[in-house]
Design a protein around this ligand. Sequence first.
Ligand SMILES: Cc1cc2nc3c(=O)[nH]c(=O)nc-3n(C[C@H](O)[C@H](O)[C@H](O)COP(=O)(O)OP(=O)(O)OC[C@H]3O[C@@H](n4cnc5c(N)ncnc54)[C@H](O)[C@@H]3O)c2cc1C
Length: 593
Amino acid sequence: MLVAVEEVANKSFDYVVIGGGNAGLPLAVRLSEDPTVSVLLLEAGDANLNHVEILRPGSFIRHFFGKEYVYPYMTNKQLFLNNSVRPWFRGKGLGGSAAVNFQLWMRPPAEEVNDLERLGNAGWNWDDFQRLIRKVERFYPPTTEVQQRLNSDCNNWNLGSDDLKLQQTVLNSGIELACNPLGGDPTGTFFAPCTYDPTTHTRAYPTTAYYLPNKERLNLKVLVFARGNRLITTKELDGSIVATAVELDHGGQIYTVNVTREVVLSSGTLKSPHILELSGIGRKDVLEKIHVPLKLELPGLGENVQEHLLIAISYEIRDDVQFDTIDLLRDYPELVEKHAELRTSGEGIFTMGLTNATFASVDTISSKARAIIQGARDAILAKIESYSSALQEQYKIQLERLENGAPSCEIVSFPGLSTMYNPPKFGKRYLTLAVGLNHPFSRGTIHSLSSDPAVDPEFDPHYLDHDIDLHIMTELVKFTRGLSRISPLKDVIAKEHNPGQGVQTDEEIREWIRDRCSSFWHTAGSCSMLPQASDGVVDEKLKVHGTTNIRVADLSILPLHFVGHPSSFVYYIAEKGAEIIKATRSDEQVKDL
Ligand SMILES: Cc1cc2nc3c(=O)[nH]c(=O)nc-3n(C[C@H](O)[C@H](O)[C@H](O)COP(=O)(O)OP(=O)(O)OC[C@H]3O[C@@H](n4cnc5c(N)ncnc54)[C@H](O)[C@@H]3O)c2cc1C
């Protein structure tokens, strides 16, 4: 239940979870299933319950304009993006980024989940992912009528084409249907599911799925507008760190809450490392700079940051083609009400999603693939001595993925113009093909700039630090543009809007990527789950190395990025985290007997 600050200040809780997002909210709800424990969830944003902007699907990007829904984070200047900055917006409020995301639901490839175990994390594998994701997913196949119209067979996932015939175009380009994209291999093209409740035609996310059905639980207290600042810790005789309390800011006042069992950081990849650093945990050089006394040295904290890179190619649709896009809502605001009404019965623009997904290997999209892969191998080998042994291990796996045809290259459709740098023409409709690099070699950092919790850390993704990333993106842009010359897509397009005719040669494409690429909003790795000797931050039980009762459970723990959109994996982290914590408590209870 939502509580006032007076109900929690100076009180003690068995578990304090900091961050009520995609991971933190499900995890807190799961912990509170045991009525004998007390759980406090601190969320920096509002509860945002029953907000139509969140619940109404198809409201892509609109959240970016309301400060109540997102943090308008920006990266620092990126050397290889012509010294420009990029937005790194993140969801704020209960549900976190899952409240504002684009609702595409995917599962990562089985092999890439198994790679987590290979990197030293026993128990993190595809079988385990499947076991726990079943607790999260409820799949509603399209109606028989829709399946027939799309020439689909959901049982086998042989889903067919869409209204703009994009999928048929991809098939005609030589890419095959992904027969079972949720079964561990998303290679190919398919119609992706969305986190959509077909009974209410609203967004399904942690607030609706976990919190609201359990909001009356007396042992689950949720304090919103509560920013966790830092952990107050002591040291055990063996030197390990114990969290005893959490300092938080609520309405500009500082409070503390006491912790009797564990603290779980679920503030997301961008903020969990920040809280640890302000608590004296992290890199010595960073803490010295911000004048925070070092309590526990963890050189990997805030390092190994990985982000899927995106660039949007867009086309103007011919006037005589029947297809509504979200551009109509921008140009004709009077249509918003009509489509809002249509949405309540599952129709209209607000029920559109980013459902047309394609994942392919570099070999599939480029005749230069072999040269690119050899170039990648040579470039990594040339600098191998400068990489830590942990990064060498990651690069070994990444090179294997390239060699073995992993589907690193993504194309996902967006029903409208998703960028504003080249403004749309009034009354025109657009199709955007967002292309994504899913296995970046570049590694970024997230580190605090001040001991003041109100000052955001520096977000430095090191975009395109590795030429390999730029080469693959360039080939992917060329391949994707080629789709517009293939029927049936060719027949519905009036002309290319972005990048446009002025961008033709490889060098022009590279320059366009440097100028216009952006985040895919999937940042991971800042609290990587790896052995301590490999510069890990948490172990396979999500416990921060060198501590007795501090865990991290959010996308920051992912040590090596996988193909696809990560929300399902974040739910997995939450479910697994809750299971681990409950098992720890049971073990202790047995010992106490
Ligand atoms: C715009 C956008 C579109 C996306 N589209 C998709 C998609 O279509 N499909 C998909 O699978 N994935 C998508 N993603 C990615 C996915 O939503 C995120 O990776 C995932 O939700 C991250 O979960 P998390 O729990 O790690 O962090 P979050 O969900 O971001 O949760 C962090 C929470 O912590 C809170 N918090 C932060 N600091 C503090 C503090 N100091 N004290 C207290 N609380 C704090 C925040 O307010 C937030 O609620 C998208 C992400 C974005 C931003």
